[in-house]
Design a protein. Structure first.
Length: 258
C-alpha cells in the first residue's frame, strides 16, 4: 500500500487581485547577494570572497493577514462567544484532533454564483455519494470558485453555506468544514447586493455567525478540490499557532491510501 498526497493549498503570492485591496499579501524578497551583505553584520571581518560564490542567505519579509492564503478560521473570528455563551476559541486553542480526520468532498460547482446552500442541498449531495456523515469527519465543498483563483472575479464566484446548512452540518458532529471559495458564506458582494434590496440583516455573514450558537472552524481558499474523490481520503489542516488570533495559515493536504 502506498500513500498519495494532494496539495489543497494555494500559494501565498504578492500582487494577486483575488483579495480585496488592503488584504493582498506583500512579500519583500532579499536574494543571496543581499544576504551576503547582511551576514557581515553577524560576522565582523567577513568578506564576500569568503562565502560560496560570494553569496549568502536568502530571506523574505512578509506582510499579510491571518486570512491570507489557505487558512483555518477559529470561532473567535465570528464572535467573542460560541456555544451559546462560552468564550470563543482562538486559533491557538483549537484541538488538534479537529484538524485531522476522514474527508468528505461535496461538489456544488453546478450551482450558480452566489447560491445559498441549504440543508437539503447537503442531504442531496450526500445521497448522491451514498454516505451518511459521522462525527469527526471534515466536510469540504467544491463551490465552483476554485478555478478563478488569481483573478479578480474570484471574489464573486462560488456558492456558500447559510446559517441553516452550517448548523445542520454541525449537528451531525462535524467540527471543521472548508471551501475553495473566498468565504464559507456566499461571496460578500452578492450578499451586499441582496442586502441593499431587502435591508435584511439576517443574511449578513450568516454561515459564520452560526458559530455563535455552535463553535466550529472552517477553511477558506482551498485548492485542487476537483482532484479529490468524494470519499476515501484523510484530510489534514493543522494551523500555524498564532497567539490569540482569529485564524491561522494552513498547508491543507489530502492523503489517499492506494
Amino acid at each position: 500500500m502506498t500513500r498519495r498526497f494532494i496539495d489543497l493549498s494555494i500559494a501565498v503570492e504578492p500582487g494577486l487581485p483575488s483579495d480585496p485591496p488592503g488584504m493582498i499579501p506583500e512579500i519583500e524578497y532579499l536574494d543571496h547577494k543581499q544576504g551576503a551583505q547582511s551576514m557581515k553584520l553577524f560576522f565582523p571581518g567577513l568578506e564576500e570572497k569568503h562565502l560560496p560564490e560570494g553569496l549568502g542567505w536568502a530571506v523574505e519579509n512578509v506582510r499579510l493577514s491571518t486570512h491570507s492564503g489557505t487558512h483555518l478560521d477559529a470561532p473567535y473570528h465570528y464572535h467573542p462567544k460560541m456555544d451559546k455563551g462560552k468564550k470563543a476559541l482562538t486559533i491557538d486553542e483549537i484541538p488538534l484532533e479537529w484538524c485531522y480526520g476522514p474527508g468528505v468532498k461535496l461538489d456544488f460547482s453546478d450551482k450558480p454564483d452566489g447560491y445559498l446552500l441549504s440543508p437539503e442541498d447537503f442531504q442531496s449531495a450526500l445521497q448522491k455519494i451514498n454516505h451518511k456523515l459521522c462525527p469527526g469527519e471534515i466536510v469540504l465543498i467544491q463551490s465552483g470558485a476554485g478555478a478563478y483563483w488569481g483573478k479578480p472575479e474570484y471574489l464573486v464566484k462560488g456558492s456558500g453555506a447559510g446559517r441553516n446548512a452550517t448548523l445542520w452540518l454541525l449537528n451531525q458532529g462535524i467540527r471543521v468544514v472548508g471551501t475553495d471559495a473566498w468565504s464559507w458564506d456566499r461571496p460578500l458582494p452578492k450578499i451586499a447586493e441582496e442586502y441593499k434590496k431587502t435591508k435584511n440583516p439576517e443574511i449578513i455573514w450568516e454561515g459564520h455567525f452560526a458559530g455563535i450558537e455552535k463553535g466550529y472552524c472552517h477553511l477558506e481558499k482551498l485548492a485542487n478540490l476537483d482532484k479529490l474523490p468524494a470519499l476515501g481520503f484523510t484530510f489534514i489542516c493543522f494551523p500555524i499557532k498564532l497567539k490569540n488570533a482569529s485564524a491561522g495559515w494552513v498547508r491543507a493536504v489530502a492523503m489517499i491510501e492506494e
